[in-house]
Ligand binder design. Structure first.
Ligand code: NAP
Length: 340
């Protein structure tokens, strides 16, 4: 067994899009396994858009990663030592190991993973945080009804994949919005969405025109993953008593909204008022108590082939920054993972 681990720390804070110099690869001594702790050799690390927020020193729902601190993140791997009766070497565990090839955590902060149920990395994707986010937000906040129309951006990403397919299973019309013809074709042909619009290079006006064709009965649920021109295109097409679920706004993670965005506020306020819209933001970590219900409901549908998914996997801890920067630009296709 090795006595060192490799990890990636935040070397400096990005001022807009992250660059290589914002990260540093380090080798440090492996932690001793304390009472009640478990040491895991990580096999897959998850890359998620929220990590961009952790790089900023601004007030948010979670603390920023300090300069010199290990980048935050979830991983899954094999237990190699345990001082807790709940875990044995050879078990698989998922937890917040950070961007590192090993992790030593208290057993109560780990979730045991059964590799016989599904490939272990799905605990970071379709049956992990992104899938759970989609299932919880849609069912608990979206209040979906068969026959309604749902629009979702980043439609072929980790969250979008689950939201759109679950909405289709519930009998909704699903219109995806994604970057490029290949992703749009996948959304319709493989994920079963009713339509998918390529948003790249289009203004809010152009997107609104395409949405009117794709959503002839208006929009009942808008799943907000992106912000950007899509949000503006959607607002005037929301139906009365529609629901807007604010999950993320990746188009703005690297930049502050442009000053002219302030001019949109009266338009948004007016539409929310006259259409009696519900606008609900949520953070999935407030709802971990419902994770088991999600897994019990969704995992069998994946096993039955009713829900499909796709993964973008690079190999080696050193690929984490590049893979992360690529995800922010849409270079991933499905759940972004790094295999160690
Ligand atoms: N509220 C919560 O608790 C919670 C939990 C998980 C995730 N989220 C949010 O959910 C959203 C999706 O997360 P994910 O993990 O599923 O990521 P993802 O969709 O798998 O990956 C990010 C995708 O964002 C799209 N994108 C990048 N820049 C964009 C832009 N300027 N305009 C529109 N789309 C852009 C790209 O897809 P295209 O190629 O299609 O552009 C890229 O592939 C993110 O906003 C994330 O922060 C929120």
């Amino acid at each position: 067994m090795t006595d060192t681990q490799q990890q990636i720390v935040l070397a400096s804070r990005p001022s807009s899009a992250p660059v290589d110099a914002n990260f540093r690869l380090e080798t440090v001594a492996l932690s001793a396994v304390g009472q009640g702790e478990v040491l895991v050799r990580v096999q897959y690390l998850s890359l998620d858009p929220y990590m961009r927020g952790r790089m900023n020193d601004t007030k948010s729902y979670a603390d920023p990663v300090p300069i010199g601190g290990v980048m935050e993140g979830m991983g899954v791997g094999e237990v190699i030592a345990s001082n807790d009766p709940g875990f044995q070497p050879g078990d698989f565990a998922m937890g917040g190991f950070g961007w590192a090839d090993h992790g030593c955590l208290p057993a109560k902060k780990l979730r045991k993973i059964d590799p016989a149920l599904a490939p272990v990395q799905t605990s970071l994707g379709i049956i992990g945080l992104p899938g759970f986010t989609g299932w919880y937000g849609l069912t608990a906040l979206g209040k979906p009804k068969a026959g309604e129309t749902l629009v979702i951006g980043s439609a072929t990403g980790a969250v979008g994949t689950l939201v759109g397919q679950w909405a289709r299973l519930l009998g909704l019309r699903v219109v995806g919005v994604a970057g490029g013809a290949e992703k749009c074709a996948y959304a319709v042909e493989k994920l079963g969405f009713d339509a998918c619009i390529d948003y790249r290079g289009k203004t809010a006006e152009a997107l609104a025109t395409e949405l009117k064709v794709a959503c002839p009965d208006g929009i009942d649920i808008y799943w907000e993953n992106t912000g950007g021109p899509l949000t503006e295109a959607v607002i005037e097409q929301m139906n009365g008593f529609g629901r807007m679920i604010l999950c993320g706004m990746i188009a703005w993670y690297n930049e502050k909204p442009k000053p002219d965005a302030e001019n949109l506020l009266p338009k948004f306020w007016r539409n929310i008022l006259v259409n009696r819209l519900s606008v609900q933001g949520f953070i999935i970590s407030d709802h971990w108590d419902q994770l088991q219900s999600f897994v019990a409901e969704v995992a069998p549908r994946i096993a039955a082939g009713d829900i499909t998914y796709r993964e973008s996997i690079t190999e080696g801890l050193e690929t984490m920054p590049t893979a992360f920067m690529g995800m922010l630009e849409g270079k991933n296709f499905g759940k972004t993972l790094v295999k160690l």
